[in-house]
Design a protein around this ligand. Structure first.
Ligand SMILES: NC(=O)c1ccc[n+]([C@@H]2O[C@H](COP(=O)([O-])OP(=O)(O)OC[C@H]3O[C@@H](n4cnc5c(N)ncnc54)[C@H](OP(=O)(O)O)[C@@H]3O)[C@@H](O)[C@H]2O)c1
Length: 232
């Protein structure tokens, strides 16, 4: 499948790399490809500049948002939450219409320092904002509740643990669940939380995730839902 991954940060790299490894044709979308390739500084996580990543993934393309999205049969939003709508607008509503749009972004607001707060929460979410802004796209919120290395390699955390998704379109969620299975997520651990408004809970959890990260000193952890057996 041709997949456009909007985002050149650690999440875009992790997802684009894994999808390419799974034999998908991947194009990464970025606002200004020349500027992105000219970066020489490590990213905020200390990873080498994007150009080095791209050179290590010769099968992956790079293009402006509209070019990447026009070609993609499925779109991934792995952009900074504050810039997600702008990036998707640059991708072009017509290039998103009718397509599955996997949204992994979090609405983080760093304006008051660390840890960040959320610029939308409680009665709305970034996932819903994106769905409202692009009503013809089939938005599926997924994977935003964990570190990007865990997203594409659940074995980074021992034992079975959970990945969540939500969205309005059942077939779109089925398609995303299939991708998650190919990433290594076991069937019973892919939990469908219903409609896109469940993105509120998935995004607000990130406030807790950030505190756990601070306490544990590692991003290699995840939610494992433990359930009592159904009473007979
Ligand atoms: N890091 C994680 O492990 C993790 C885990 C779960 C969810 N997330 C979420 O995943 C998303 C991506 O995170 P990240 O860590 O890879 O890096 P990031 O720095 O949050 O995002 C980088 C991407 O955002 C784009 N961007 C930044 N400002 C923009 C603006 N004003 N308008 C349009 N686009 C803009 C950049 O575009 P250019 O390429 O054009 O520069 C770049 O592609 C975020 O929403 C984050 O909260 C991250």
């Amino acid at each position: 499948m041709r997949i456009a991954v909007m985002g050149t940060g650690p999440v875009g790299q992790a997802l684009a790399g894994k999808l390419a490894e799974l034999s998908h044709e991947v194009t990464v979308g970025t606002r200004d490809p020349e500027e992105t390739l000219a970066r020489t500084e490590p990213d905020y996580m200390g990873n080498p500049p994007f150009k080095a990543w791209l050179e290590a993934h010769p099968g992956v393309g790079l293009g402006r948002p509209a070019m990447a999205a026009a070609d993609g049969e499925l779109i991934v939003n792995a952009t900074n939450g504050a810039g997600s709508i702008a990036m998707l607008e640059a991708a072009g509503e017509e290039n998103l219409a009718g397509k599955v749009l996997v949204d992994v972004a979090n609405p983080l607001d760093y304006s008051q320092g660390m840890p960040p707060s959320l610029f939308v929460s409680n009665t709305d979410s970034l996932g819903e904002q994106i769905q409202r802004a692009f009503p013809e796209a089939k938005v599926v919120k997924a994977l935003n509740t964990m570190n990007c290395e865990v997203m594409v390699d659940p074995a980074k955390v021992p034992g079975e643990h959970d990945v969540f998704l939500c969205g309005e379109d059942t077939d779109a969620k089925r398609e995303v669940a299939e991708l998650l299975r190919r990433f290594g997520w076991p069937d019973g651990r892919i939990r469908d939380l219903g409609g896109i408004s469940s993105a509120r809970g998935l995004e607000m959890y990130v406030a807790f995730w950030l505190r756990l990260w601070g306490t544990l000193g590692t991003g290699y952890f995840n939610i494992a839902v433990v359930q009592a057996p159904p009473s007979s």
